[in-house]
Design a binder for this molecule. Sequence first.
Ligand code: FE
Length: 226
Amino acid sequence: MNETALFKLTYGVHVITSKKGDRLNGQIANTAIQITNAPITISVSINKNNLTHEFIKDSKLFAVSIVAQDAPLSLIGQFGFKSGREVNKFEGVNYKLTPNGVPYVTDHILSYIELKVLQEVDAGTHTLFIGEIVGAEVLKEGTPMTYAYYHEVKKGSVPKTAPTYNPKKEQKPVSDKYVCAICGYTYDPELGDPDSGIAPGTAFADLPEDWVCPVCGASKENFDKA
Ligand code: FE
């Protein structure tokens, strides 16, 4: 069996948000897909350890915010590599609430879809939440980010709780590049870090001392040679 066959599957990149009472949380997930058209239903696969899982279980509501291709890595870092148990994911992020009180991100987002849970499927480490649409809006026109684009062009990584996490793929060795020990983001001097104003061709050693990982915010000393 060749498990790299799975790398040919395509996905988007989404912020999945929910609430529990007055508390709000969100996380990144690539596994949001439309299941049926009448009624419109969508499923998401959420790790049972994640706070968003607890919130969706509680409120039976969630929203899918579809990330634009030109979104900065920091947006994915904010929702994908931090825990809502330690930080307020919405601090410094522009968002709005639906009439049901579910948050959705408004910057670098093309559209959002709000869902009410119809069914929960126990999938071992994850729960598959199947929701029926209760609201949706287009925020701006643009190209949605795909999971492949995030990996290949943005050089992003995935946390260990993601359903598609693959240790072999995440630890692929590369030369003259540096890897963040916290989140696995790879700094490639050829690409620089345009989101943070670092020009292509900038060696890791020449990055300013206050430069931080564009995904998780870790400082330079947390990077190891790849
Ligand atoms: Fe990082």
